[in-house]
Design a protein around this ligand. Sequence first.
Ligand SMILES: Cc1cc2nc3c(=O)[nH]c(=O)nc-3n(C[C@H](O)[C@H](O)[C@H](O)COP(=O)(O)OP(=O)(O)OC[C@H]3O[C@@H](n4cnc5c(N)ncnc54)[C@H](O)[C@@H]3O)c2cc1C
Length: 401
Amino acid sequence: MAKVVVVGGSFAGLTAALDLRRGLGKEHDVVLISNNPDFVFIPSLPWVVLGSRTAKDVSFPLAPTLAKQGIEFLNEAITKIEPDKNIVHTKDKQINYDYLVLGTGPSLDFEAIEGLGPHNGYTQSICNLPHAMMAQVKFEEFMKNPGPVVVGVAQGGSCFGAGYEFVLNVDTYLRKHGIRDKVPVTWVTSEPFLGHFGLGGVGDSEKMVNRLFEERGIKTYPNHAISKIEPNQVILDDGTELPFNYSMIIPAFKGIDAILQSPGVGNARGFVPVNNEMRHPEYHNIFAAGVIVAMSPKTPTPVATGVPKTGYMSEHMAKAVARNIIADLGKMPNSEFDPYNMDALCMLDMGDSGVYMVVDPIFPPQRSYTLKYGPWVHAGKIAFEKYFIWKMKNGLTNLPI
Ligand SMILES: Cc1cc2nc3c(=O)[nH]c(=O)nc-3n(C[C@H](O)[C@H](O)[C@H](O)COP(=O)(O)OP(=O)(O)OC[C@H]3O[C@@H](n4cnc5c(N)ncnc54)[C@H](O)[C@@H]3O)c2cc1C
């Protein structure tokens, strides 16, 4: 009998735990530890900021779902891992494991830039639900006193899709409210060109995204790092000053403290290295999936960018992890999974339309790709949100996507 401990209750962790429970015999235990009692559908957070979704619309409690599936749930934060002893720590518990799956997602590196972030700085964040709710309150205040908006992804950042979605949703929102002409909108990004996405581009994404931004009159600053944020302006590496009444900048990601404080588990930034079975190269009973997996850009960029790990990618990594633990315990052959060679599907929403992207593999030269623009993508994303939340709430990770 083995005990599999999964850390994280989101795209990676919840998928891995549900697939493991489905695939393993009853003699094995699956435990999920998450510091958040809820699953949150993070892709809807831009809509939370703009008021079309509430926290309740985009989340559900993990406990009933996990109890129904026979997965033990600990609503706690892990604080440290002792990989030589097979122990994971929370504040006052030591939990032994035979297998450990890390699906913890990132922590947000606001400290890298002076003035960045909603706690000790002047910019908003949409990277988690509490931040999106704070950003929503600030957006309501902004609407009473509209002025310039600056949206971007900082140097070292990887979550470009979310940044694009936010700036384009804000543009659509301001148009719908008849004040777009009074609000200059600016996009700042560490990508060397628009539509690079931290991957190197997808087909003619550079042309498509440039055209979209030109049509919408959004001023752009690609290939820039941010030097500093002051109360009402973003200062770029070349000294350009971008004034704002509202700003949302996505920071670089790093690993969570518990991994940074567990020697041997993560790399210098706290991301977890994996081999071609999604297994830690040193500790073969530790696996990782999702944003916490260490992946470096295939081609370095002049201003540092990270590799985006989307929900779709996180889920697929988690499925590979579950397959390999099930194979280990069933004494069956393992299967290979190379995150650098995986495919991805993404719907980039703009509030009234969107871009549908399928790439295989994620890095160019792609074997195949689809890039389509239209209002149907917005409708598709709403339908997908409902489907995905329903699927996860009911533990149905065996259904598509
Ligand atoms: C605004 C936004 C929009 C996005 N839109 C899309 C999109 O449209 N499509 C798409 O595919 N992807 C999208 N993404 C990316 C997607 O959200 C991520 O790929 C996905 O959330 C990664 O899942 P994860 O499980 O690796 O990490 P996370 O979702 O970050 O989850 C980490 C989990 O670990 C838990 N945890 C963290 N620390 C601890 C600890 N110390 N102890 C215990 N538990 C811990 C957390 O509570 C959480 O349950 C978007 C991201 C953002 C920010």
